[in-house]
Design a protein around this ligand. Sequence first.
Ligand code: COA
Length: 373
Amino acid sequence: MHKVVISGSGLFTPPNAVSNQELVAAFNCYVQAFNQQHQALIEAGHCAPLAESSAEFIEKASGIKQRYLMDKHGVLDPLRMRPYLPERSNEVLSLQAEMGVAAAREALQSAGKQPEDIDMVVVACSNMQRPYPAISIEVQHALGINGFAFDMNVACSSATFGIQTASNAIASGQARAVLVISPEICSAHLNFRDRDSHFIFGDAASAVLLERADTADAPQQFEVLGSHLATVFSNAIRNNFGFLNACDEQGIGKPDKLFVQQGRKVFKEVCPMVGEHILQHLSALNIAPSDVRRFWLHQANLSMNHLIARRILGRDASLDEAPVILDRYANTSSAGSIIAFHLNKQDLIANDIGVISSFGAGYSIGSVVLKMC
Ligand code: COA
């Protein structure tokens, strides 16, 4: 079995930053218009008035201050409240592939690798903009990579599941080097008219390059000491969008065809599972939690991360130990923990241990333990 390292990473950040205040202003405009339109029904008790959102609540409940979106005008238009992302001709690189290619190029560059060094491309994310041809094969083609590519979806845990798949392929000799790319356009699956969740997500693409340790010559490399995945079925985070929707006209356009969650339930159920998962993984590798230099945790909710870190360390984690990017990026689904890794690894030194961790719909949980070479 070959030793595997992560030798490069990349990030694509969309151009449109949207603050909580901007998002709330658009949402509240929509609420006021709705309540005005339905005034008679509301007064007669036949329709519940909609409640306004608040930027203070959002920051307090989630830690999110802003997000980056592929399009902000459509989202902030109270008459539309969804991104405007025009369809492209089949001859043009698709939007999601374009985001993935940008992140992948940076990962290649930071690893000092060329497309001909790569044998496998995995696009691992929560939503694919079409079923086929696979987005990954389009990315592979755009980058000029030989070998093979495939898409995989394990919601917010897609990147860690992708890293395990890549790592196994390299360790067993099936591939010399693999790109795992997570281009997330979460704004297109988010219901911006839902007060409970309209603030949760942002868009971004991340990429990591994994390769055999004996071929790596990047200035910073992280050996993959192990990965640990788990899934437990739950309906608490669900999206019923899919190819069967067209077969029942009654369901088309209903809110369940976008992201729906029971946030409180997710919070309560997932935090202990993730804490236990990471503790078990570290224990199996004979690593004490106190010996972990950095936790690149999934970036969904700041209080969740505080709770998880407390469960693992028995005390609060410092920002240095568990860096936060969700304040700027919001929840970017599978890209979140990889963005945290990409932006917060430069200061580590040889033999430092770090843990990438993800959790999300499924439920799905993943952890990857790394040692800087
Ligand atoms: N603005 C103002 N108030 C709001 C609001 C908004 N946008 N949304 C909800 N509220 C209100 C609720 O009506 C409720 O009021 P009440 O106490 O009078 O009934 C109160 O705020 C608390 O609502 P609740 O939904 O319990 O908030 P919360 O503290 O659980 O925070 C989340 C909500 C979504 C931030 C939080 O539950 C969360 O992040 N959960 C985990 C989500 C997650 O990780 N999902 C994985 C996704 S991949």
